[in-house]
Design a protein around this ligand. Sequence first.
Ligand code: IPD
Ligand code: CA
Ligand code: CA
Length: 270
Amino acid sequence: MAIHPMLNTAIKAARRAGNQIVRAMDHLDGLSIEAKGTNDFVSEVDRNAEKTIIETLLQAYPDHGILAEESGIKEGKTLHQWIIDPLDGTTNFLHGHPQFAVSIALKFRGKLEQAVVYNPMTEELFTATLGRGAFLNNRRIRVSQVNQLRYALLGTGFPFREERYLEIYLETFRRLFPNSSGVRRAGSAALDLAYIAAGRLDGFWEFHLQPWDIAAGALLIKEAGGMVTDMKGGEDYFDSGDILAGNLKIHQRLQKELAECLVTANSTTN
Ligand code: IPD
Ligand code: CA
Ligand code: CA
């Protein structure tokens, strides 16, 4: 099946931005970096990559809207909205730690239709179009078949920006870590979600993510046969930023564990 033209444009944008980011790896010492908040950094590389992506998308589709991490919302004339994280894993990038990605998704009438997550260091390109499956470098991918939590490799993200969320997060960690086969914190939520789609991780949980961290990864997982919800199994993950993902079995197991553990955590923090 031919690649959807809008996905093609997103791929072009992601590759351009990815090349720019990789070139910038050679002069990390001279970068100008700004703190947006505690442990929240942005560099000229994030901004330039975002500019490249938006220019590429709007050149092809000038009437589309944009929601991008660094420059915010630009209303469009149609019901299309591109959701962009130009560099997911900025902290890794700034340390020369090669685990980061460009994430681009397209929503139409509020529904995710296209997704690209591109790791420019490995040149791995994860793509999905609604109803057409998920792919890694043009090969079909599916979520894993691991069906017991004790054999599952889980991904997660730490609440490193707001300390007040740490206690509740640690409750979930205490619960899931000993019951799984391992937990990884790689530093790019978009790539973590793409890894679930590719069966490299079996489950994932993180609190307080932003739409641009989640959008492309969520469609990748659904198109790869997996499940994405908020912590309670509901649809609220885009607004709350609390996300639980995995293959169907592991997702179900995680949801059950979290339901018990979040009730206990809430009752002890109230
Ligand atoms: C961050 C990464 C990280 C996650 C953070 C995100 P950024 O994105 O996805 O894995 O734990 O919550 O903000 O700031 O590097 O684009
Ligand atoms: Ca991000
Ligand atoms: Ca970012």
